[in-house]
Design a protein around this ligand. Structure first.
Ligand code: DLL
Length: 446
């Protein structure tokens, strides 16, 4: 039995802030750091004792779990990456006998093998607890009807949200993805209060409402908890206005637990609060591996503090963001993840991220949020072609013509991103819709 199980963070805080709030969310920073240090010692020792990969990595770096005397000492320990998970596919990262693993999830693995993660019953309980905490932060309350439109299955989105919402005492509608017309009907017939989905699928749902002649803002929906892919403030406004709801950001990744590693508080909407009593965050310089101070932008790294089946030590997420001081909670916030190190395209020497295009697309009222970037290669020259759908009535209502809109957008890209691109304003409904994570880049090189 790990020591953390003796800690009673699930007790409601004195003063009764309401069901689902955990005392640790309002502890002092000193109390939080003390708890983290105690749990970090346990987690390092657990990984070293039970996962041969970690023992090898620690030994090769000349460090031992006993060398950790302060949280800062974590920087002496080696990083882990997706490569370790792939190389030890499927169950080689588990720290418990396979029989104690009650659930498997896996990433899709577009190249090579999937990344497999496992959970003990205790891990599943912890996940439900942090997801419940996430939903409470988002403004969800017991008794709400929660429509889960994240995919169910090996992806962690559906089941994570499902158990978290049930634990909070909500009525859960496990809609999963797909059958968009039917989802709209269920949302209307059941009077859902809360929608959980990727932000891009929320926009697909909004379009489907309109197609059925229903104003999406006329529904009973009060809140949306959106994540699993990068999205911008402009997209938040678009979704909030379309549905007449508050839209908050949920962050997570399967290797660390799934959705619910961090969640934005609805009262501040200033970036997801990291549940750092379970997931210890660091931000590093992706090139040197040096730990950066809070506020500086770099690659986010997580160490699990309480996970039993598959501890992760200094796992490099490839997500680019910064850590910020807590506001609505004691715990630190992360800034919106606008980019991943592996999403970066280098076009004529300029670093380019799909999210930069999203911002520009969202800023132009004549364009819809449905776009895809084609990356091409001619000889040694790489290029981008942006295919963007107009807003349904943009061409008709404004009398604008597609070529002029495309030229103006190309000019905006030149000025703001610093590269020249080919732009085509394509016919509505020609950019493929995604039911889960939006695919923003189509790589046509080789
Ligand atoms: O996307 C887990 C999840 C489920 C998160 C439901 C939120 C809600 P993976 O499929 O392993 O897990 O993908 C993780 O997605 O490293 C980020 O690059 C990206 N991502 C997740 N949430 C956000 C977010 C789930 N709120 C990867 N903003 C992460 C930006 C996000 N990117």
């Amino acid at each position: 039995m790990p020591r953390h199980a003796e800690l009673t963070e699930l007790a409601p805080p004195p003063g009764g802030r309401g069901r689902g709030l955990h005392a640790i969310e309002f502890a002092s920073v000193d109390e939080l750091r003390a708890l983290q240090l105690e749990r970090l010692r346990w987690s390092l020792a657990h990984a070293y004792a039970h996962v041969p990969v970690y023992r090898r990595l620690f030994d090769a770096s000349g460090v031992h779990p006993d060398d950790l005397h302060s949280l800062a000492d974590l920087s002496r320990f080696p990083f882990t990456t997706k490569a370790e998970l792939r190389d030890n596919y499927p169950f080689g990262m588990f720290a418990v006998p396979r029989e104690q693993v009650l659930r498997i999830h896996a990433s899709s693995g577009t190249t090579g093998k999937a990344t497999v993660v496992g959970y003990t019953q205790g891990d599943l309980d912890m996940w439900s607890a942090v997801y419940q905490r996430s939903l409470v932060a988002a403004g969800v309350r017991p008794g709400d009807i929660v429509h889960v439109a994240f995919g169910y299955g090996l992806f962690t989105g559906g089941l994570g949200g499902h158990y978290g919402a049930e634990q909070l005492g909500c009525t859960v509608v496990p809609a999963s993805t797909g059958q968009t017309a039917r989802q709209v009907q269920l949302l209307v017939d059941f009077d859902a209060d809360v929608l959980l989905a990727t932000p891009s699928y929320a926009l697909v749902l909004a379009d489907e409402f309109r197609r059925q002649g229903i104003d999406p803002a006329s529904t009973s929906l009060r809140l949306g908890v959106f994540g699993a892919e990068p999205w911008s403030e402009a997209m938040r406004s678009e979704i909030e206005q379309a549905f007449g709801i508050d839209a908050v950001d949920i962050y997570g990744l399967s290797e660390v637990i799934g959705g619910g590693v961090a969640n934005e508080c609805v009262e501040t909407k200033d970036g997801p609060t990291v549940w750092e009593d379970h997931f210890y965050p660091e931000v590093i310089d992706p090139d040197t591996g040096e730990v950066l101070a809070d506020g500086e932008v770099g690659e986010l790294v997580f160490t699990s503090l309480t996970k039993v089946a598959m501890p992760v030590i200094r796992y490099r997420t490839r997500d680019i963001c910064s850590l910020q001081p807590g506001t609505a909670r004691t715990m630190r916030r992360m800034s919106r993840v606008a980019a991943r190190t592996d999403d970066m395209m280098i076009i004529k020497g300029v670093n380019v991220f799909p999210s930069q295009f999203e911002e520009l697309v969202m800023a132009d009222p004549r364009l819809s949020p449905h776009f895809v970037l084609e990356v091409t290669e001619h000889g040694r020259q790489q290029g981008i072609k942006a295919l963007i759908e107009p807003h349904v009535d943009a061409l008709g209502a404004t009398g604008g013509d597609a070529t002029a809109i495309a030229e103006e957008f190309a000019e905006a890209v030149r000025q703001r991103i610093g590269i020249s691109v080919e732009v085509e304003v394509v016919a509505p409904m020609t950019v493929p819709r995604s039911e889960g994570k939006a695919i923003r880049v189509r790589d046509l090189r080789k």
